[in-house]
Design a protein around this ligand. Sequence first.
Ligand code: 5GP
Length: 209
Amino acid sequence: MNRMSRRGLCLVLSAPSGAGKSSVSRALLEREPELRLSVSATTRAPRPGEQEGVHYFFRSVAEFEAMEASGGMLESAHVFGRRYGTPRAPVDEALAAGRDVLFDIDWQGHRLLRQALPGDVVGVFLLPPSLEELERRLHGRGQDPAEEIARRMRAARDEISHWADFDHVLVNSDFHETVAEVRAIIHAARSARARQPWLPGFIDGLLRP
Ligand code: 5GP
């Protein structure tokens, strides 16, 4: 084990739809060069502007299930009646190479990922300042029909009820402040003793008479 090499970590950023998760994720990826996004697989159809392999790997139900059956998914879940899952190989490779991986997944995914990768997951939950603000933001997107927004508001209440599963909980009232706080969480987690397996040897060297 080389001195200074560390195992990468998994940063799960979860939030109810509309709490600002996508903007915060984007800012983190721009500002943290060692952080890469885990691209999920899904059976839902692409939204306008979404690209294969960038936003999701868009798969048929049969393709998704084949990947799952062969052990190719770290975790998977049903969300809004569709399948979503995290492909395993890119995550395993990144962690072993000391790179960090950002996950834009829900509370179910966070719980399953913690089981799949014990000790590697740092969970951050973003809350909206209020439910009124959340609804305003969902309308502001102008992408989804009214019944979809009503469904997402119900889903938001459900998502919020799982806040206590997460290591860190932030109220996203100020975008820049939230990004700074999440970056501070990443930086602190990188220096955790358990992430630096080279330390015991280094300390031995320091203390050798
Ligand atoms: P959307 O269809 O709006 O992109 O995502 C719907 C929900 O699925 C979001 O709450 C998102 O966090 C969740 N999701 C996206 N990818 C994954 C994944 O790989 N695993 C799990 N468990 N949830 C995911």
